[in-house]
Design a protein around this ligand. Structure first.
Ligand code: AMP
Ligand code: MG
Length: 420
């Protein structure tokens, strides 16, 4: 059976990204599950985290020194009477009432005693018995954090949809949440295609290529917060390809790799067309990755009246193209399916280390190396042989962005890059 090829639409990088973001905004995450804090990294929060008390819960000294009334030390040197000591964990902050010309020795993390409004660092004092000499003035409010200044009891600290990193996990720990409700990870099916592709465990024939795309995609999916579902390699043959695509639609999202170019055996779009897929774009003006396809298929399920929608990406099979197009376009859909708030694609700027020449017409995302110490980072293109050069990408740490209208960029110029 031959079907009409899908309507084509090659769009700009920005338009393609916006199309994906628009569709990503319409999908919903899966069920909830509960995880312990130690397993929460990278998961997406499905509940709100609220401050269970004021933060800090008491006026907290941020220096070792002496708690004073700032007005007593407006003129220095000043001599104060030592009436006690408070260390972190002491509750005596409330019981000690510091009066005019008195002071209390205090440690970092301890509660400020009543009557004081500043801490003088120990470096600016000298103590002789019960007498403390203050050599430097402080302003009211210096060297402590007032109760509730970081957050008030009841205040929202983390919203549902927050992807948990170490700082968010620390915040959850600080309010006593040892277990967190998170969204189930979306299942992302990965389907590599191509008659020449063999499994990693097999010995390839002279013209055969080992399947690397399934593995790079699985790693990228995990990093983006999804759970990869690996399908067998699909041959360039309609019937088997169709069966595997249908199997892929059992997952929350299907990623195909290969078979989306213009070759005679690039059957992915045709088979998706047979399955009545809608295509939102069938190419982007980028390099590598121009033939990328994005669309959706409605799936009718036996015994269920409402059909469910499944998005798919047809990624070009050249390994570097597969990896770049995932970074540029697939991530927002996985984030949305995982319950995460949409995140902008953020480009950094660095100085170009050596001149670059390029062909105009496509926006390029080329493997590059960012190097240099501290704030003196410089970026240069990795030496590469084109979109099949996995070794070049493995040695790179970012993509250098070359705008479609630039034929030449000079050393020292500020350029955009995407970290990976
Ligand atoms: P295609 O997009 O199917 O035209 O493939 C483009 C190039 O990528 C060809 O040289 C393929 O052999 C190679 N390729 C396709 N799929 C894979 C894969 N899963 N692993 C490694 N290389 C691949
Ligand atoms: Mg192929």
């Amino acid at each position: 059976m031959s079907t009409a090829p899908p309507a084509t639409g090659v769009v700009s990088f920005e338009a393609a990204r916006h199309i994906v973001e628009k569709h990503a905004a319409t999908v919903s995450p899966g069920d909830l599950e509960t995880v312990g804090l130690l397993f929460a990294s990278g998961r997406v929060l499905a509940e709100s985290i609220i401050a269970d008390r004021d933060f800090p819960p008491f006026p907290r000294a941020t220096r070792d020194g002496y708690a004073v009334r700032a007005e007593d030390v407006a003129e220095v040197p000043a001599r104060l009477e030592l009436i006690g000591e408070i260390k972190a964990g002491d509750v005596s902050g409330d019981s000690l009432n510091v009066k005019k010309s008195q002071t209390v020795s205090i440690m970092t993390g301890a509660p400020l005693p009543t009557g004081t409004d500043a801490v003088v660092m120990v470096e600016y004092t000298s103590q002789t018995g019960k007498s403390v000499e203050i050599k430097r003035s402080v302003k009211s409010g210096e060297n402590f954090v007032p109760r509730g200044a970081e957050a008030r009891q009841g205040q929202l600290l983390l919203e549902r949809g927050k992807r948990l990193d170490h700082a968010a996990i620390a915040l959850a720990a600080s309010v006593g949440k040892s277990r967190l409700q998170v969204f189930r990870k979306p299942r992302i099916a990965v389907l590599a295609t191509g008659d020449e592709i063999v499994e990693v465990e097999q010995t390839p024939g002279p013209a055969q290529i080992r399947n690397s795309n399934t593995y790079s995609l699985a790693a990228q999916i995990q990093h983006a917060g999804g759970e990869p579902v690996r399908l067998p390699i699909a041959p360039d043959e309609r019937v088997r390809l169709r069966a595997l695509i249908e199997e892929g639609f059992e997952s929350d999202l299907l990623l195909l790799a290969g078979g989306v170019s213009m070759g005679k055996y690039d059957l992915v779009e045709q088979v998706l067309g047979e399955l009545k897929a809608e295509f939102y774009f069938t190419g982007a003006q980028i390099q590598p990755g121009r033939p990328i396809v994005f669309g959706r298929c409605m799936q009718s399920r036996t015994g269920v009246s409402d059909p469910h929608q499944r998005y798919f990406f047809g990624l070009p099979g050249n390994p570097v193209s597969t990896m770049v197009t995932f970074e540029l376009f697939v991530r927002p859909m996985i984030q949305a399916l995982s319950g995460s708030k949409p995140q902008a694609l953020i480009f950094l700027r660095a100085r170009l280390k050596s001149d670059v020449r390029a062909k105009t017409g496509l926006k390029r995302f080329l493997p590059a190396v960012l190097s240099g110490e501290f704030e003196n980072a410089e970026v240069e293109l990795a030496r590469w042989q084109g979109s099949g050069d996995i070794a070049a990408l493995a040695g790179a740490n970012c993509y250098l962005v070359i705008p479609p209208d630039r034929e030449q960029m000079s050393a020292g110029e500020w350029v955009s890059l995407l970290m990976r």
